[in-house]
Design a protein around this ligand. Structure first.
Ligand code: NAD
Length: 499
């Protein structure tokens, strides 16, 4: 059995804890490897080495650090196929989707080439007599990232790119369900010129996450994953005095107005609802058509599109729209929620429960499901399903539809489909959600903007990537300097303004 270890001090090392987790091929259901789960001692030793390596890296001029990012972009493009293959084999998503995952991470690395500009401080000359005042951005020291299974390339890069470009050492604890690509990224960073020890990839479970939370050397933590874990990490990390940002789960609504182009809306819903088997934090899981006519026409357009979806292994190439979900437990949970939807009285208009794929009977495939007449009290509405299940919740007015999205506890992304500028503008202004699409179903901002939700989808003050990431991974220091120092003022005990 293949064993996956850690990346420590510039090389792969085997785990020493004696604990492992199975890594599946979700298409076949087979265990394809086992990944080491780090102990507290392994994590602490890697952090101690990272702290030593950080001193020199933090003092390296930002342009040289940026050149590592520039070379990393070239290497990612060179190895795109190999990365996508490794990603799909552990996650299950199709190759084009895996390449999108890598590309969206690469774009953040590309953005980090601009680090010298982002890290420039501020300067005021003659802030007082002979006094200059300036502020500089310094790295936190050692930062850590804890990442989910669903974007094994993109989210680690969203974290490591800005953290490293700012001069930090970085400890990455990827998902134990898809550990290979993060390790490949670390090897590419080394090839790009990153000194050993500056990036450590430690595989593990709750034990290593808790070790990160309690390690006094780690100054900042970026987390992405489900909301209960986000809340836990935010609370424990903050109470240990760390800077913490946590991005959690989602229930993303799309409002479809009576004037919308319904073909466009139906295509968008199919892509955003079922792409990556619904395992995206920006997936649309609730469609809210306004008016009975809109709802009926939309359902009519959705059904044939959904029934045409091809579900299969990534190895089938372009013939497949989406692959399996990540584990047998994820599949069981999705199917349990589908049953609860039926029991609660929602109308299952596309029923994927009987889905079977010849030759892949043990794979974690879930057929596409479409529910109509979903209401807010149902479990399928209240829970993040994270599978290929779209719920239609009918509204009679725009205000009612808006209210559903506003009252939902999550606030990651949302979209509206309309031809009316007034309605779109009102929606964008009033909605309490972080990322809004207007006739765009998955409004994931580009690298130079920031990504983050509201409400229970995000904990902490700063978003991911874009300018916020440079703020998150640095600390501001402000210096007041007087040259020459020969000015004699005499002692003053008053707290006085600058003259
Ligand atoms: P998860 O919360 O199970 O795991 C995320 C990370 O936390 C992993 O590294 C895992 O090892 C660790 N972890 C799991 N249980 C833990 C525990 N009890 N204590 C400490 N650490 C623990 O999430 P997942 O299933 O890997 O990913 C899917 C979730 O991530 C979904 O809820 C999805 O919406 C969310 N997500 C959010 C965003 C966003 O930007 N808001 C992006 C992608 C995914």
């Amino acid at each position: 059995m293949k064993e996956i270890g850690h990346w420590i001090n510039g090389k792969m090392v085997a785990g020493t804890s004696g604990k492992f987790a199975d890594v599946f091929n979700p298409a076949t259901g087979e265990v394809q490897a086992r990944v080491a789960l780090a102990s507290v001692a392994e994590l602490d030793a890697a952090v101690a080495d990272a702290a030593i390596a950080q001193v020199k890296w933090g003092a390296t001029n930002p342009q040289r650090r940026a050149r590592v990012m520039m070379e990393m972009v070239r290497l990612l493009n060179r190895d795109m196929d190999a990365l996508a293959e490794a990603l799909s084999s552990e996650h299950g998503k199709t190759i084009p989707d895996a390449k999108g995952d890598i590309q969206r991470g690469l774009e953040v690395i590309e953005y980090c080439i601009g680090a010298p500009q982002m890290l420039k401080g501020e300067f005021t000359d003659s802030a007082g007599p002979g006094i200059d005042m300036y502020s500089m951005r310094q790295p936190l020291g050692v930062a850590a990232g804890i990442t989910p299974f669903n974007f094994p390339a993109m989210i680690p890069m969203w974290k490591m790119g800005p953290a490293l470009a700012c001069g930090n050492a970085f400890i990455l604890k990827p998902s134990e369900r898809a550990p290979t690509v993060p390790l490949m990224l670390a090897a590419l960073m080394k090839e790009a010129g990153l000194p050993d020890g500056v990036l450590q990839v430690i595989n593990g479970d709750k034990v290593s996450v808790d070790a990160i939370l309690d390690n006094p050397t780690i100054a900042g933590i970026g987390f992405v994953g489900s909301t209960p874990i986000a809340e836990y990490i935010y609370g424990r990390g903050c109470s240990n005095g760390k800077r913490v940002q946590c991005f959690g789960g989602a229930k993303n609504h799309m409002i479809i107005m009576p004037d919308a182009d319904l073909d466009l809306a139906a295509d968008a819903l199919v892509g955003a609802g079922y792409g990556a088997a619904g395992e995206r934090c920006m997936a649309i899981s609730v469609a809210v058509p306004v008016g009975e006519e809109t709802a009926n026409a939309l359902i009519e357009k959705l059904i044939p599109r959904i029934e045409k979806l091809k579900v299969g292994p990534y190895t089938s190439g372009n013939d497949v729209d989406y692959g399996p979900v990540v584990t047998a437990a994820a599949k069981a949970n999705i199917l349990r929620l589908v049953e609860s939807g039926v029991a609660d009285g929602a109308k299952l208009v596309v029923d994927g429960r009987g889905f079977k794929l010849q030759g892949y009977e043990d794979g974690f495939f879930v057929g596409p499901h479409l529910f109509d007449h979903v209401t807010t009290d149902m479990e399928i509405y209240r829970k993040e399903i994270f599978g290929p299940v779209l719920s239609v919740m009918r509204a009679t007015t725009y205000e009612e539809a808006l209210g559903y999205a506003m009252d939902n506890e999550y606030g990651n992304g949302t979209a509206i489909y309309t031809r009316d500028g007034d309605t779109a503008r009102d929606f964008a202004n009033r909605i309490n959600v972080g990322m809004i699409g207007i006739n765009v179903p998955i409004p994931v901002p580009l690298a130079y903007h920031t990504f983050g939700g509201w409400k229970k989808s995000s904990f902490g003050d700063l978003n991911q990537h874009g300018p916020d990431s440079f703020r998150f991974y640095t600390r501001t220091k402000t210096i007041t300097a007087r040259w020459p120092s020969g000015i004699k003022e005499g002692a003053s005990l008053n707290f006085k303004p600058m003259e």
